[in-house]
Design a protein around this ligand. Structure first.
Ligand code: PMP
Length: 407
């Protein structure tokens, strides 16, 4: 295995050196939100100290600096996911807004009674509820492709369910609960054969692997910044140019128009057509710095380290008596859900917190997935490349200790 200087990386993340309840923090809640490197925090700070102005509305120097920084983030993010053009990237507040934009601007005007939207049982609510809202308004239905006991999508079923009524297919790239990586390329290929556009929820993929939207072959790709080292309230929707051109605007207001007249307003070209109002400029300045940070470490190194940690943590968890892993897909990102017989997930998480360990307990915004596994909640340890084997060891020790307290 390659040498990965995790201690040097950890030194870049100020929050990782703090304590919680007088214990060193072990932050295993990365699927919820990631920590931020100093370079991101400093970029935001520098923006407000030296370059703060509104974008696109001023010809003065700092206005131009702010605009260049904001539009520079779009360029960087476009290259980061290999979009063919910067104009295919709508900057949003996160995945939720990105998917809702597709729901209201793409799906709503097209759906008719009898149409369907296909999603899956393993989705985050953000890739279920917007479709239910659109179905309720249009008389369309929402279908959910099944998964198996290992937490893998039953791909043949998904493909079988791509019937002519389906006007939009949706799938998460990586499950936020199980870590399962879905075969998006294969799904996209099948969707294209049938002329069905595919939306991919990339929230949990982008932080872990290089994403190439062209190679994936999907139509829409939604992502969120705060899980990828960036400030909260940042995200994007990548969409093929022809879709963005055909979609009416969702929010109206300043910045998204060409000319406003009471006898007929005309709109800006995409992506600006979808960016009404003042955006989270400082947030995207931070996102720019986050992408630089990913490049400085490199996804090869990140992937290899995270996969080592995932394998190690999974193996150590198996040592714990009465522990049940939820989701054992062949290909995973470093997210591990589990339960311990005889103990409530929330009680375990509360006691783990007293040991300095931050994990999430609950339904993880995936009720249908919990229903499938017939559990009300799971504990979820989600790792990042700045975590260590020693933290995994300390987590296991803490887990054994709190388990005893509850038995
Ligand atoms: N989809 C997935 C798979 C997620 O993990 C999340 C965040 N938990 C979201 C969507 C929603 O992202 P956001 O809250 O940043 O809009």
């Amino acid at each position: 295995p390659t040498v990965f200087d995790v201690q040097r990386i950890r030194a870049d993340f100020p929050l990782l050196s703090r304590t919680v309840h007088d214990k060193p923090l072990i932050y295993f809640d990365n699927a919820n939100t990631s920590q931020k490197p100093a370079s991101v925090i400093e970029a935001v700070d520098d923006h407000y100290r030296r370059h703060n102005a509104n974008v696109s509305r001023a010809v003065h120097q700092i206005g131009e600096e702010a605009t260049a920084a904001y539009e520079g983030a779009r360029d960087k993010l476009a290259r980061f996911i290999n979009a063919t053009s910067r104009n295919e990237l709508v900057l949003t507040s996160g995945t939720t807004q990105s998917i809702n934009l597709v729901a209201y601007s793409y799906a709503l005007p097209r759906l008719k009674p009898g149409d369907a939207i296909l999603t899956t049982v393993m989705e985050h609510h953000a890739n279920i509820v917007p479709w239910q809202l659109m179905a309720a308004r249009t008389g369309a239905t929402v279908k959910a492709a099944p998964i198996d006991e290992r937490g893998e999508l039953i791909v043949e079923k998904y493909i079988e369910m791509l019937t002519p009524e389906v006007k939009l297919a949706c799938v998460t790239h990586v499950s936020n609960v199980l870590g399962t990586v879905n075969p998006v390329r294969e799904i996209a290929r099948e969707c294209r054969k049938r002329g069905i556009p595919l939306l991919v929820d990339g929230s949990q993929a982008v932080p872990h692997r290089p994403v190439d939207v062209q190679a994936l072959g999907c139509d829409f790709y939604a992502l969120t910044g705060h899980k990828m080292l960036s400030p909260t309230g940042t995200g994007a929707l990548w969409a093929r140019k022809e879709h963005l051109e055909a979609m009416p605007p969702f929010f109206g207001g300043g910045e998204m128009i060409r000319e406003v007249r009471f006898d007929g307003t005309t709109f800006a070209e995409p992506p600006h057509k979808f960016e009404a109002g003042t955006p989270n400029i400082a947030g995207f300045v931070g996102l720019s710095a986050a992408i630089d940070y990913y490049h400085s470490v490199g996804f090869d190194a990140i992937h290899s380290w995270e996969q080592q940690l995932l394998a190690y943590a999974t193996e150590r968890l198996r040592e714990i008596p009465g522990l049940r892993l939820v989701g054992e897909a062949k290909e995973k990102e470093p997210v591990i859900s589990f339960l311990i017989e005889g103990a409530q997930a929330t009680d375990l998480a509360t006691l783990l917190d007293l040991q300095g360990v931050a994990v999430r307990s609950g339904h993880h915004c995936a009720h249908p997935l919990m229903q499938f596994f017939k559990v009300p909640a799971t504990l979820r340890a989600s790792l990042a490349f700045y975590n260590t084997r020693e933290e995994v060891d300390a987590f296991i020790t803490a887990l054994l200790k709190v388990r005893k307290l509850l038995m």
